[in-house]
Write a protein that binds this ligand. Structure first.
Ligand code: MLC
Ligand code: AMP
Length: 480
């Protein structure tokens, strides 16, 4: 059971969730499952346009309680990416907020206004729907990028989600008295799983700020704050907002590397050394520093309960835990995904022969078991503002524009975003397109957050003798 406190709480809480100027009570969240079951008309998998709204929250909790897998669709999704996600996932309806373009699927709004009085608080899937047959069934399918090709659907079971949230609650002493605040998207693990589902499982109040601005974080009066490094670097640039977070209990950073200067500024301005934690859509969160342990700038802590890690070299041999030798990080444990939807080969490739998930990250481990993430194995997986974006998907999208003959996409270092997406484009002989048009094109086709921040028109791309683009040369050129 993924949401125990939601259904077992004896007392209702009027402001269990605060989002988009709306309060949702626990009773209303429970009642949503009854509405969802009734309204879905037998749909076995639904898409939710995951804008930060009450409808999204009710759609998600309703489906989880009713036992219907959800496919969260990015709120800023473009046409090609939306078509891919709907086709690949086999979603049979849109539930919750209505997208501008239904893409041929029926739309089912969630009903509001029912409360605890109409639904008794009771255990397990009896609270409105049949629930999932097994905790190993897929409850969420989150689309995420690889180095090439369109995004893949990561299937996450209720068991994995629950194991991860319980291990995080233990590491962070996360409890029902917390007020958790964030302003992150509800279509990725950080905002949706940790922020929303975590709060419902722990039983604490949850506040979504809309945009994760320093002012909104300062005004929210929370005890537990989540942010990606871009959010924290913007917070420390706003001294008074940062100082308002002194009253918090815990600040948590994840989804990308927190720069050490930002860590240090957070300590100076808020009085809190942030917790850093590491994970991925496929593995959920696997490493974290602890409330009662060392919080070392630049390091992401130790394995959560039940998780094991190992570092291997290129031949699969063990790498010493000396705090200096770099290896490829693999993880194992109860939080891993059920494989990529419809992609048996990609799933097989993601695991080694012993069932360890290859994270694609390179790391070091010290003699105490502390982990430091050094970077990614591939230059083609970019982390920008905490979003994971594949260079290949942007290249494919841009090649679909008539003004583009050749293109190579890289992530260049960026103080605000960690990496910023830059496209090097050779214009088509028939006539090249202005950079802004190409940026808008990607925003419209894929999603706004995947748009290149910069397009550089070049005469030719650097290539090796085999014709392969030399991305490292582009990184050097771009950084000059
Ligand atoms: C600009 N805009 C455009 C545009 N150019 N819109 C359309 N077309 C164009 N060409 C508009 C946008 O619509 C938006 O408008 C505004 O510009 C700002 O957009 P932005 O520049 O993209 O936002 P920015 O402020 O840079 O975003 C920073 C951020 C964001 C930190 C808020 O990057 C973010 O939410 N990151 C979180 C990512 C995350 O949650 N990752 C977790 C992955 S899970 P308007 O009007 O809407 O403002 C994971 C596991 C783990 O990694 O370990 O956690
Ligand atoms: P996603 O699937 O979007 O969750 O992205 C997962 C990737 O984000 C990981 O493989 C890492 O490359 C990166 N990541 C997540 N958390 C951290 C962190 N704390 N430090 C460095 N990289 C991180």
């Amino acid at each position: 059971m993924l949401l125990p406190s939601l259904v077992s709480a004896a007392d209702d809480i009027a402001d269990a969730v605060r989002i988009d100027n709306t309060l949702l009570s626990r009773g209303e969240l429970i009642a949503a499952s009854a509405g969802v079951s009734d309204d879905l008309g037998g749909a076995r998998r639904v898409a939710v346009l995951a804008s930060p709204t009450a409808s999204t929250v009710l759609a998600v909790t309703g489906c989880l309680l009713a036992g219907v897998p959800i496919v969260p669709v990015p709120a800023d999704v473009g046409v090609a990416e939306r078509a891919h996600i709907l086709r690949d996932s086999g979603a049979q309806a849109w539930l919750g907020d209505r997208p501008d373009d239904l893409a041929g699927l029926p739309h089912i709004p969630v009903r509001r206004g029912t409360g605890a009085s109409q639904r008794p608080a009771e255990p397990s899937g009896s609270s409105g729907g049949p629930g999932f047959a097994s905790p190993d069934d897929t409850a969420l399918i989150i689309y995420t990028s690889g180095t090439t090709g369109p995004p893949k659907g990561v299937q996450l079971s209720g068991r994995a989600l629950a194991a991860d949230l319980d291990a995080l609650a233990e590491a962070w002493q996360w409890n029902a008295d917390d007020v958790l605040v964030h302003g992150l998207p509800l279509y990725h693990v950080h905002g949706l799983v940790l922020g929303l589902l975590g709060s419902l499982r722990v039983g604490n109040r949850f506040v979504h700020t809309g945009k994760p601005t320093p002012e909104a974080y300062a005004a929210a009066g929370g005890s537990l704050y989540f942010g990606v490094p871009t959010v924290w670097s913007r917070v420390v640039a706003d001294t008074s907002a940062a100082e308002a977070l002194r009253t918090a209990r815990l600040l948590v950073s994840g989804s990308a590397a927190l720069p050490v200067p930002v860590f240090d500024r957070l300590v100076a301005l808020t009085g809190h050394a942030p917790i850093e934690r590491y994970g991925s859509t496929e593995s959920l969160i696997t490493l974290s520093t602890r409330v009662d342990g060392e919080r070392r700038p630049g390091w992401v802590g130790k394995p959560l309960r039940g998780v094991q890690t190992r570092l291997v070299d290129e031949d699969g041999g063990a790498v010493p835990h000396d705090g200096a030798t770099i290896g490829r990080l693999a993880v194992r444990g109860p939080t891993l995904f059920n494989g990529y939807l419809n992609r048996p080969e990609a799933t097989a490739e993601a695991f080694d022969a012993d069932g360890w998930y290859r994270t694609g990250d390179v790391a070091v481990i010290d003699a105490d078991g502390m982990h430091r993430i050094v970077g990614r194995e591939s230059v083609d997986l970019i982390k920008t503002g905490g979003f994971r974006v594949g260079a290949g998907e942007i290249e494919t999208a841009l090649l679909g524009h008539p003004g583009v003959a050749e293109v190579a996409v890289v992530g260049l270092p960026d103080e605000d975003l960690g990496q910023r997406i830059v496209a090097f484009v050779v214009g088509s002989p028939a006539g090249e397109a202005p950079p802004d048009e190409l940026i808008d094109y990607v925003a419209r086709q894929l999603s706004v957050h995947k748009r290149p921040r910069e397009v550089r028109m070049v005469d030719a791309l650097p290539r090796n003798a085999m014709g392969k683009v030399l991305k490292k040369a582009l990184l050097e050129v771009g950084s000059r």
